[in-house]
Design a protein around this ligand. Structure first.
Ligand code: GDP
Ligand code: MN
Length: 382
């Protein structure tokens, strides 16, 4: 779950990380009213879930009501890298003495959390990593041991920040680590992490990704879930409780299990096709779920063929096959379907599918064969 900046700052504030006071609005008059309450100067900030808003003209300082009005008018509705601005965050402007970068994310290869800290903030960290990799101080944190204040201090010293702000930086970074772990985040990033002229360390931007699987532990995250940006297909899938991610290609994909769904996306790409989506229907694969999945994929205009990739486990092959057949009776599918069914009772399942075989419903014995067939059919239908 990606948060907007204003939500990220709300999340940070709940862990006592200093952020600027502000208000989220979606109309020009409300922006002006918010600025009047906050006090000038303010910053008018486009809320889109993509970086580089400043460069794109989506972040503007304003000294009075007239300029808030002007900037709010320009920025609302603006397109920033394909994202339309519908929300503005109006916040009290800060004076900046220094701009740093700080983040935590998971380093899967190291099986540890990775903190990154740089005195060269404000710009994209990828650019720093390319031109001056030594300017990024990294720390690996064992998730069991956690981040001790001592280790945090060493990390801060390694980053060569202004020595006057060491204590302030250690304090905010320990809080950031707490927010990251206790808040079940996949990513927390502050760029820039600023030092004000009085030496206070402060989060001027917030990029936060929360683990949607941890929603049950954080009922208040429902508010973030409610504002997730989804395309029409993703919205329809979400309403049906399906694990779906929209992609741009022409081969619709249904698989049971996230790992198998990802492999299916890969194998379709590997044989020269382009996946239209990722869709994991989970272990059950009954007729209801299958019908819902087929509906979502059938409503995607770009889809030219559908690849159903099922590995029977606890759910046996004949149950899955019956589910598919029943689902096909309910949804009028416009594209040809290629099924690969394997695993527990695969033979029984295949026999059921064979009874219903047609030029619109094909079976292939292996994942690779099925991928090739689906990709060829998509090319024919293009
Ligand atoms: P991004 O471009 O999407 O990363 O948006 P940021 O929130 O990081 O803002 C981009 C840049 O705008 C920052 O690096 C700052 O240089 C500038 N900026 C943002 N807020 C303020 C502010 O309160 N005061 C000043 N002086 N500059 C700001
Ligand atoms: Mn930023």
């Amino acid at each position: 779950m990606d948060l907007f900046e204003y939500q990220g700052k709300q999340f940070f504030a709940s862990y006592d990380i200093p952020v600027s006071p502000g208000e989220a609005v979606s109309a020009v008059d409300d922006a002006v009213a918010a600025a009047e309450r906050i006090g000038y100067p303010v910053v008018v900030k486009a809320q889109v879930q993509v970086g580089g808003r400043g460069k794109a003209g989506g972040i503007k300082l304003a000294d009075d009501a007239a300029s808030v009005r002007e900037h709010a008018t320009n920025i609302l509705g603006m397109d920033i890298k394909g994202h339309t601005v519908e929300i503005l965050w109006i916040e009290r402007a800060s004076d900046i003495a220094e701009e740093y970068y700080a983040s935590f994310t998971l380093d899967r290869a190291a099986k540890k959390h990775l903190g990154m800290l740089s005195a060269q903030g404000g710009v994209e960290i990828e650019a720093v990593a390319e031109t001056d990799p030594d300017a990024i101080a990294k720390i690996h944190v064992d998730p069991v041991d956690g981040l001790t204040p001592e280790a945090c201090r060493e990390w801060v010293l390694a980053a060569n920040l202004n020595p006057d702000v060491t204590d302030g930086a250690v304090d905010i970074l320990c809080k950031l680590y707490r927010a990251y772990t206790e808040g079940d985040a996949d990513l927390v990033e502050i760029n820039p992490l600023i030092v004000k002229p009085d030496g206070a360390v402060h989060a001027l931007d917030a990029k936060v990704t929360l683990d949607a699987n941890a929603l049950f532990r954080h009922p208040d995250y429902e508010q973030y879930d409610a504002t997730q940006v989804r395309d029409e297909r993703e919205e329809a899938a979400h309403e049906k409780g399906l694990q779906y991610v929209g992609l741009d290609g022409s081969v619709g994909i249904i698989a049971n299990g996230a790992g198998l769904a990802m492999s299916t996306v890969d194998v379709v790409s590997q044989v020269g096709g382009s996946p239209a989506n990722f869709l994991d229907i989970g272990g059950g694969a009954n007729a209801d779920v299958m019908a819902g999945a087929l509906e979502v994929i059938n409503n995607d205009d770009k889809v030219r063929s559908i690849f159903i990739n099922i590995f029977g486990g606890i759910t046996r092959g004949e149950e899955v096959a019956n589910g598919i057949v029943q689902a096909l009776g309910r949804v009028d599918i416009s594209s040809p379907i290629v099924i690969r069914l394997d695993g527990t009772n695969a033979d029984e399942g295949r026999a059921i599918l064979a009874e219903h075989a047609s030029e619109k419903l094909l079976s292939e014995p292996t994942m690779l064969d099925a991928a090739r067939r689906a990709v060829a059919l998509a090319a024919e239908g293009a």
